[in-house]
Design a protein around this ligand. Structure first.
Ligand code: URA
Ligand code: CA
Length: 436
């Protein structure tokens, strides 16, 4: 290393703009260990306080993307798309839109993550399908994308290893909530994974990383700007997370709700947001000239059952039991069920998504510690949404559980998560903005 860590830290501490070489040395130093954790932590804090220009953020993103393996998807013909959500509760859009988009002829090569904090993870949800594998070698991943049209797997190659180190340090130094660090963290992994078109779902509200529209907009604009500078096609939707998106929260339950939507049995917010994201993907991939046309194509794939069949094909290709798409009773089921009831008449004014997510985690749907195993069967079903009228004694939530003590703790949280008002309020807007 020709530039000393201290020189780079000092420059940023006093508000300077780091050049590409300094940023590259930093990222390499993080991976090799030449930058000690305490030096990295000091630089992260200086970045949080003094910010980064677009040039710096782009250089950081590219250096992180190149810090380990990168996937070359060129041998899979066609436009490859990826979708990324900043994380939410009852956020099962991938399970709905991935098969629908693939049924419209666009290749989806998606690398997903585990649950984090109060948010659920797509990999954990998928593993509730009996037999299904998410650890799949790269060659097999590519074959499934080529032959079936879609695959959703865990990260098998060492993509963007610098992010692992930085993320772990940010988590314990109060530097998670920093725009250029979030942008480079998310984008570096997307760039390393080798897709051509990426649609981002930036959540806003009580159950989101960004709790206000203003912050969500800043994040979306920054990711689209930096992403497009990198040469790929990025767009973003800002969508509502002021209440859980779907009505089912929990791993097998969320798979069940996605299947119910694809089978045409369930309508609602989860379906609406999934189709909207999918429509932007079809437009980005160039198979629909407008978002409206894309939505119509997806609705046709849904009505004809093509999306549901595609989901079954993907499950089978990944070793899962494809019969679950016809018969959701084959998914793991919790042994017991109890209702959380309204204590008064009125109208639902709020359902704090983060609290509902934590209640599901308490039941065993998520992990307290990273080595914990999860219970795929447990979870929560929302019986009311914001704006609905409610009578005293009516069910607000159904809790599906396997452990009485955990159920009691979850019920206490759920009761506190809901506000009931005397007068009806407005239902939240679902799509807050589009950034292209
Ligand atoms: N998700 C990421 O991958 N990184 C962040 O910094 C925040 C959310
Ligand atoms: Ca759901």
């Amino acid at each position: 290393m020709n530039i000393l860590p201290g020189e780079i830290i000092r420059k940023k501490r006093f508000g300077g703009e780091l050049n590409e070489k300094e940023i590259r040395e930093f990222v390499q130093g993080v991976v090799t260990g030449e930058f000690a954790d305490y030096q990295t932590a000091a630089l992260l804090m200086a970045i949080c306080i003094n910010g980064m220009t677009d040039r710096e953020t782009l250089a950081l993103t590219l250096a992180m993307a190149k810090s380990g393996d990168t996937l070359n998807m060129d041998d899979v013909p066609g436009v490859k798309i990826d979708k990324h959500s900043t994380g939410g509760v009852g956020d099962t859009t991938s399970m709905v839109l991935v098969p629908l988009v693939a049924a419209c002829g666009v290749k989806v090569a998606k690398m997903s993550g585990r649950g984090l904090g109060f948010t659920g993870g797509t990999l954990d949800k998928l593993e509730s399908v009996p037999g299904l594998r998410v650890s799949i070698p790269i060659d097999e991943f590519k074959r499934i994308v080529r032959d079936v049209g879609c695959a959703v797997v865990g990260q098998s190659a060492e993509l963007a290893p610098a992010d692992k180190v930085l993320y772990a340090l940010r988590d314990v130094t109060e530097t998670v909530d920093c725009l250029p660090l979030i942008v480079s963290s998310i984008l570096s992994k997307k760039l390393a994974a080798g897709c051509d078109v990426v649609v981002l779902d930036v959540k806003t509200g009580s159950g989101a990383l960004m709790e206000t529209d203003e912050k969500a907009m800043q994040l979306a604009q920054s990711m689209v700007r930096i992403g497009n500078l990198s040469g790929k096609r990025f767009s973003a939707l800002i969508t509502d997370m002021n209440q859980p998106l779907g009505n089912y929260i929990g791993n097998a339950l969320e798979i069940e709700e996605a299947i119910d939507i694809l089978a045409g049995r369930t309508q609602g917010d989860l379906k609406t947001v999934s189709l909207e994201l999918g429509a932007h993907i079809l437009k980005g991939a160039g198979v629909a000239d407008t978002v409206g046309r894309g939505r119509a194509m997806l609705e046709k794939a849904l009505d004809s059952g093509a999306g549901l069949r595609k989901l079954g094909e993907m499950f089978a290709a990944q070793g899962g039991d494809p019969r679950v798409v016809e018969d959701t009773s084959l998914l793991p089921k919790a042994k017991h069920s109890v209702e959380v009831k309204a204590r008064r008449d009125g109208y639902i004014a709020g359902i704090r998504a983060n609290e509902v997510g934590l209640a599901a985690k308490v039941l065993g749907a998520g992990r307290e510690r990273k080595e914990d195993s999860i219970d795929p069967a447990v979870g929560i079903i929302l019986r009311k949404r914001i704006g609905d009228a409610v009578k005293k004694g009516e069910s607000l939530f159904t809790v599906k559980f396997n452990d009485n003590i955990k159920a009691a703790a979850a019920m206490t949280r759920l009761e506190a998560a809901v506000d009931i008002a005397d007068v009806p309020g407005e239902r939240p807007t679902l799509i807050h903005a589009v950034v292209e």
